[in-house]
Design a protein around this ligand. Structure first.
Ligand code: PHE
Ligand code: NA
Length: 448
């Protein structure tokens, strides 16, 4: 084995570390709440397992074949005369958009880890005032935690794949799973548990809006970290003889399970307290802390564990959002890893400050464009547009451009012909066409 490569388990944990993040624990529960539960979860699951998992496998295939950064991977694997495909490797730039709002949320999480131990809000009204006050007026505290976030990310990436990224995930991922398991066991014995199950799995078609499909599909890409060469970049440090299909299925199943478990935990607690789950982005930061307070001592403990788990999940993802850029700078621009890391991190850090300020009272007006402020735009554009487009580029490349033998040799020995044929069909037709239609609808060219 190459000395600077992941072990098989190391890769699965790192890829799962990338996939499992704010998308699972913060976003998934609130968008499920906002979109009526059951049917939304159904559409989401179908997209994740049909399209998401297929593209995930494709990214692992490309990375583990080329062992290079995103741009070089497409360039190497494209046939003569089609080297311009290298430009689809630049989708790592999407990472700058994601990392900015992502790190702002991590800063909120740090604040709530501290608040769990010092001063949880005593009522829902207090909780709302506290959260909105923090976002709108407490620029200083936000900036401190935000800066801390970037220091953690940069220190990890600067150490490289084995000593930095693999090690971080080997520690944080098992810890995260243990905490979530504990919280799940606690939730199962709550009165609201069955209501939570019902809410998430009973398809109530009346509450479903067609716009929810866009949200579900965008989230499927976001949650699996596909469409911006993150998974591809991690797979570049994976040996080719690993069963890439099995490894991919592991990661996708883990990501899905953790999203569902997080949803069950949050909705159980919410329903048990007699609250409603559709509270938007504030579900985790407004509803939960007030409920934790009402629980007394056990609530302090649960709150602390919950926000620590959220922080662990988010940090392993944040690292993976920046690594593709660093890998590109190291391999294509011959910049030393430390310098590349600090440079890229600093760049994202500066943009992120503007994103942070877009939530504050003083700057919100000048940083709001149309219906959304900068924070919401970055979230929307990256997950609903850029990541799906990046994913489609991968699907078209693998389905039409890449030498068929490369894909066949990487997949058939592990799965047989049938799986390969279905996978190829999804790459060539299902993924591009369905996402294309959704994009048209989104831009408003067609109405379904
Ligand atoms: N998958 C992560 C989540 O669900 C977010 C992410 C997006 C990570 C893109 C890496 C790349 O939170
Ligand atoms: Na995820």
């Amino acid at each position: 084995m190459h000395k600077n490569r992941f072990t098989r388990v190391g890769f699965i944990l790192a890829a799962a570390g990338s996939a499992v993040g704010l998308g699972n624990i913060w976003k998934f529960p609130y968008i499920t709440g906002d979109n009526g539960g059951g049917v939304f979860v159904l559409v989401y699951l179908a997209t994740v397992f049909l399209i998401g998992m297929s593209i995930f496998i494709a990214e692992v295939l490309l990375g583990s074949n080329a062992h290079k950064d995103g741009v070089s991977t497409f360039e190497t694997l494209a046939p003569k005369g089609k080297k311009y495909w290298k430009y689809s490797g630049f989708t790592f730039l999407t990472g700058f958009m994601i990392l900015t709002f992502y790190s702002v949320v991590i800063a909120w999480i740090f604040n709530y880890i501290v608040l769990s131990l010092t001063a949880l809000p005593a009522s829902f009204k207090d909780s709302e005032t506290l959260f909105l006050g923090f976002l709108k007026n407490d620029i200083y505290t936000q900036l401190i935690y935000y800066t801390l976030t970037f220091i953690l990310i940069a220190l990890t990436i600067a150490k490289g794949i084995k000593k930095g990224i693999e090690k971080l995930n080997n520690i944080l991922m098992p810890a995260l799973m243990l905490i979530l398991l504990g919280l799940l066991i606690y939730s199962i014995q709550l009165d609201g548990f069955m209501k939570a199950v019902d809410f998430m799995f009973y398809p109530n078609f009346e509450k479903f809006k067609s716009g929810s499909i866009i949200v579900a599909v965008g989230h499927a890409f976001f949650t699996l970290s596909i469409g911006m060469v993150t998974i591809l970049t991690y797979a570049a440090s994976l040996d080719k003889d690993v069963n890439i299909v099995k490894a991919s299925i592991w990661v996708v199943v883990m990501d899905t399970l953790i999203a569902i478990v997080a949803g069950l935990i949050i909705f159980s607690i919410t329903f048990t307290a007699g609250q409603e789950p559709s509270k938007g982005a504030g579900l985790v930061f407004i509803t939960l802390p007030a409920i934790f307070f009402e629980m007394g001592t056990i609530g302090i403990f649960l709150s602390f564990l919950f926000f620590v788990a959220l922080a662990f999940a988010a940090i392993t993802s944040a690292v993976s959002i920046l690594e593709p850029t660093v890998m590109y700078l190291v391999e294509r621009r011959n910049i030393e890893r430390k310098k590349a890391t600090y440079g890229a991190a600093l760049f994202a850090y500066v943009i992120g400050i503007v994103v942070l300020l877009s939530n504050t009272a003083v700057f919100s007006e000048s940083l709001t464009f149309g219906s959304k402020n900068l924070f919401d735009w970055f979230d929307f554009i990256s997950s609903a547009i850029l990541m799906p487009l990046g994913g489609i580029a991968v699907a078209i490349f693998v389905g039409y451009i890449l030498d068929k033998e490369v894909a066949r040799n990487a997949i058939v020995p592990h799965t047989g012909e049938k799986f390969y044929n279905i996978w190829l069909f999804i790459m060539r037709y299902v993924a591009p066409i369905s996402v294309f239609i959704i994009m048209l609808k989104e831009i408003g060219i067609i109405t379904i």
